[in-house]
Design a protein around this ligand. Structure first.
Ligand SMILES: Nc1nc2c(ncn2[C@@H]2O[C@H](COP(=O)(O)OP(=O)(O)OP(=O)(O)O)[C@@H](O)[C@H]2O)c(=O)[nH]1
Ligand SMILES: [Mg+2]
Length: 431
């Protein structure tokens, strides 16, 4: 009887994959590819982030291989704790600026220093193009590693690479097993009860530096129930939702790479076609998720209902502020009823948590109050939102305009317990 049973699947267990590399957004992209999700990894800062599906647990690591990393040992211990007893696969993501042989070799050697020589048997070096794939081909034999280029079959390939391989096991030569296990217990406690540590939600205990935080995983890197405040941009196409979202992100970190920003450009067709998110780490004592949305009312938008449902995950009473984006000087008939229409779609009175954002502040001639008072329909929307409105010039890098916007968020001092004038330096907004 038993012989008729189908054999057990070749690789029944969930694979743990560790992502290393210098560029956060490249690691994000690879992690998202493996998980087939656009939003599993969205953080724009350098910290360990875990995201899981039924098939994979992906640990997107902070770049502790970098010589400038201030706390590499703590980062390595955290990583070992989250990946205990050891990952099935290590992926070193090499970006186009770091394909020189000596740089790649240095990264591999650092991985060996941290985790032992044998790590290479579990290592895939992911290269950005065919050229580097060919020119670095000899590293395969030299280190006994795999070379690859990221592609849409990555999830399948990862399973293939792990076939007939036991997971990598840490040897605890450099880092004591006791310490790693203690850290594991702490992180698991935190994961099961994010409120219980340090008495303050969102902090990981014993982490003396923001880049050492390890975030508990959910279905996505940041489950919606976590301690995170959402800034959700809503409005019609072309009004400047994505540009405003970028102004907020850039206020926190003027060094952001263009690929970390939302796509924003002049177009009569929708540029943003699905909800996208970026995370800012504790600008003022609280994580912030910036959510860019498409124009839900545009007839070219495919599957608007799915986008509305996605938006609802973040646009929840008490956990968000909605920024209703209107372009100064452009007020169409559709915009007249936009607040009510959005409320119908999202299912609650978002006006209680909405700030009207008027973009193209650079076009404003004269006083904004006079402008608003001279445009009855606009004034009406602003009135419905409790007279919360704010002018943005998205061509300006002046972060004061973002600070002033944040001050208009209802209860902003409760939302951002560490909001102080002193913290208004750009380095504070995205840690
Ligand atoms: N001069 C000026 N241009 C702006 C401002 N805000 C946005 N823009 C421009 O307006 C155009 C449209 O902006 P987007 O941010 O792409 O608009 P959107 O609302 O995201 O549009 P969709 O994604 O299509 O829904 C871009 O070319 C922006 O550069 C502003 O404050 N001043
Ligand atoms: Mg957009």
């Amino acid at each position: 009887m038993h012989s008729n049973r189908p054999p057990p699947p070749e690789y029944p267990q969930r694979l743990t994959i560790a992502l290393f590399g210098k560029r956060v957004q490249l690691k994000n992209a690879i992690g998202n590819m493996i998980l087939s999700s656009k939003n599993a990894f969205v953080t724009i800062s350098n910290s360990h982030v875990v995201a899981e599906s039924n098939l994979f647990k992906i640990i997107n690591t902070a770049d502790f291989l970098d010589e400038d990393c201030l706390y590499p040992d703590q980062q390595i211990i955290d990583f070992m704790a989250v990946s205990h007893p050891g990952p099935n696969l290590f992926i070193l993501a090499v970006d186009s600026e770091n394909t020189q042989e000596e740089k790649v070799v240095a990264q591999i050697s650092r991985l060996q220093d941290a985790f032992g020589e044998k790590i290479t048997a579990h290592l895939v070096v992911m290269l950005p193009d065919l050229e580097s794939f060919h020119s670095l081909g000899h590293l395969r034999e030299l280190f006994n590693i795999l070379l690859a280029i990221a592609n849409e079959n990555l999830a399948k390939e990862c399973r293939k690479w792990c076939q007939n391989h036991q997971p990598f096991l840490y040897d605890y030569k450099h880092y004591s097993q006791d310490v790693v296990m203690r850290r594991k217990t702490v992180l698991e406690k935190l994961r099961s009860n994010p409120q219980c540590h340090n008495g303050r939600p969102g902090d990981v205990p014993t982490s003396p530096h923001p880049s050492q935080r390890v975030f508990p995983a959910g279905n996505t890197a940041y489950g919606v129930s976590e301690n995170i405040f959402n800034i959700v941009l809503l409005g019609l196409t072309g009004t400047g939702k994505s540009a405003s979202a970028n102004t907020i992100l850039a206020a926190g970190n003027s060094q952001l790479d263009p690929s970390q920003l939302f796509k924003s450009e002049p177009s009569s067709m929708p540029v943003t076609t699905q909800c996208e998110v970026r995370i800012m780490e504790k600008p003022f004592g609280m994580h912030v998720r910036v959510v860019d949305t498409p124009d839900f009312f545009h007839d070219q938008l495919q599957n608007p209902q799915a986008q509305i449902e996605e938006c609802k995950r973040y646009c929840k009473q008490g956990q968000c502020v909605a920024l209703l984006v209107l372009q100064l000087g452009r007020f169409t008939d559709v915009e007249r009823g936009i607040l009510e229409n959005l409320e119908n779609k999202l299912g609650w009175m978002i006006r209680e948590s909405t700030i009207v954002v008027l973009t193209h502040g650079d076009d404003l001639k004269g006083n904004v109050e006079e402008f608003v008072n001279a445009h009855a329909a606009l004034r009406n929307i602003i009135e419905m939102c409790g007279f919360r409105y704010h002018v943005l010039n998205n061509n300006s890098k002046d972060i004061k305009q973002v600070m002033e916007l944040i001050k208009k968020i209802p209860n902003y001092k409760k939302v951002f317990p560490k909001f102080t004038k002193k913290m208004s330096g750009s380095e504070c907004l995205v840690c």
